[in-house]
Design a protein. Structure first.
Lengths: 320, 320
DNA sequence: AACCATCGTGCACAGATGTGCACGCCAGGG
DNA sequence: CCCTGGCGTGCACATCTGTGCACGATGGTT
């Protein structure tokens, strides 16, 4: 009843360009109610709005990035002086919209966890996708409490939005011993999830930066001890993708801790058709550069300011 | 430049929920300009808004029609006392939006001509569709002047909207002699168009009603002489689809004039995957009933008032 | 039965949006 | 050279839209 009214109101508003006043009279409710109906229609995914990039947008930032790394880039316009938190919110909104736009029946969506992905999850409008699954890409349990429920809620919120089957990955972010990982990887319960991960059609992840203003989750939630942090610095690690650490040049294979990490390596990721990387914040630029050089992404969603920083660093002219 | 600004403004407005004031400051223009940029983004097809029908809308008119005729129905909400012209405009708007939503690469769009289809053409937002074609379904030349350019403009406006190759059908609406039709149908120039028509993926047409308040084009533009009109009445013809005449029970094969008509018969239409019928006006109900019984449509776009009328007539309780 | 929490609604106001008008810029033509 | 028509812009106003608040209905609990 209510949903049907929302549908009727949305049709009249968006498809027939009627004012809410007129719609209110037709439906026999107050204008305020119509406003709320239309809002709920948007939030419930009854209304979908997409914006397509005009083909001939010439020399702008997005196209430069796309050309350099051979990826599709979505640059989110933001005001110059906008705070990083504000920008994160903007980018997350756009990412959430694009994601629902890219959803296809039977899709397997792989999601990592972190501040960025969590922000995206807050902006997802419900978009039922027949036969879809959502799978957690990397383990989240840590010595500190809360990692599992945190990641669990995150996956659940994606699964709810797409009406998908959720697959959790109940392993720690890092094993203490590489042998344990090897052992667990032989367990059928784990293998089942790994198998789903290999069939991911659309992977979604952010990048972690070791030195960030809004510090990335991994480096602050008790996942790593002091010795490990020191080792990262010694290894010239600048950040991570799916809790696999990277250097700015994109190398990662010889970083010891990665043998104990549970997320897919850049090499694993590259097997997947579509890999969407979302990044906000100048501090993430070195890590992002490493990620792009490791070719982890096919799509990049980034705010204008960070994008500019990235291009600057590429040219070698690092700004203060 | 302008288009790029429109894209940025539209992104910020629709995807990031920014106010125009904020967008104006970011882009360095006045708020009014932003309003206009966003409007143009909508009109130029940069922004697409679609409204999906909630699955569980139970006993409403649309579902009753869908169940009765085995078609998909889109009922356009209108105010009860709305004029027929107003309703036509509403329905045409919705039809235009749905059409762009249904457009797929390589599609062949078949369009008839008439008041309804013309109204739709006025509301089409440009939506480039790779490799698409638009083909005229029925001839339009008449003894009175203007038929050809009229249909030509119509087809051209569809072709422009979808960036398609247009195929005109340069034959009269009705031949005077069935033999001429047979002869023309052997001509290669005509056969080429007929061949495109057979590959139509999406056919769009209205229904003509012999006795309409807003009279249908065929019966008023000099296509038929008095004797022919009298013959139609004698044959219990209630209207036409693509200038092929029908009775209310859906029969059409034994109506003499149809042998001289150039549009696809219901039987021809049924070969096409998707056939979208658009209808407005109580006067069209008998003709529409005939059309639906002849199974010419897979999709029906109709206003609420006409839909109600249609259901009433189905139940035998014709209202005054 | 009384109570309370929750929810949906309309009212009224604040804020956001659309648009007629006038101004200024530019290009083409006299 | 000026004139003129077309176009894009900002201003100011009218209209449209979003939302805090209060009220009333509903349903469950004590």
């Amino acid at each position: 009843m209510r949903e049907d009214d929302a549908y009727r109101a949305a049709t009249m508003y968006y498809l027939q360009d009627q004012t809410m006043e007129v719609i209110a009279k037709t439906l026999g409710v107050s204008r305020s109610t119509v406003s709320r109906l239309i809002k709920s229609a948007r939030e419930e995914g009854v209304v979908r709005i997409s914006v397509r990039q005009p083909s001939g947008s010439g020399t702008n930032i997005g196209h430069r990035l796309s050309a350099t790394f051979g990826i599709k880039t979505h640059v989110v316009p933001v005001r110059e002086h906008a705070t990083e938190l504000h920008r994160l919110e903007q980018v997350a909104m756009v990412a959430a919209r694009l994601l629902t736009e890219w959803a296809t029946p039977q899709m397997v969506l792989g999601v990592a966890w972190g501040t960025t992905v969590t922000a995206i999850s807050r902006h997802l409008a419900p978009t039922p996708v027949r036969g879809s699954s959502v799978v957690q890409l990397n383990g989240a349990a840590s010595t500190a409490a809360g990692g599992v429920t945190y990641a669990g809620d995150l996956i659940a919120s994606f699964a709810r939005a797409f009406d998908s089957t959720p697959y959790l990955f109940p392993v720690p972010a890092f094993f203490d011993f590489a042998e344990t990982k090897a052992a667990m990887w032989r367990e059928r319960s784990v293998r089942r999830v790994l198998d789903v991960q290999r069939h991911v059609d659309l992977a979604l992840f952010g990048v972690g930066a070791v030195a960030a203003d809004v510090p990335s989750h991994v480096y602050n939630a008790g996942y790593l001890d002091d010795a490990e942090m020191a080792q990262l610095t010694a290894d010239r690690v600048v950040g991570d993708v799916c809790t696999v650490f990277l250097r700015e040049d994109g190398s990662y294979r010889d970083i010891a801790i990665n043998a104990r990490a549970t997320g897919p390596s850049p090499g694993d990721l590259r097997q997947l058709a579509r890999r969407v990387c979302v990044a906000v914040g100048e501090a993430k630029v070195p890590a992002l550069l490493g990620a792009l050089r490791a070719r982890v992404a096919t799509d990049l969603i980034i705010d204008e300011t960070t994008a500019r920083s990235l291009l600057d660093r590429l040219r070698g002219s690092v700004r203060p």
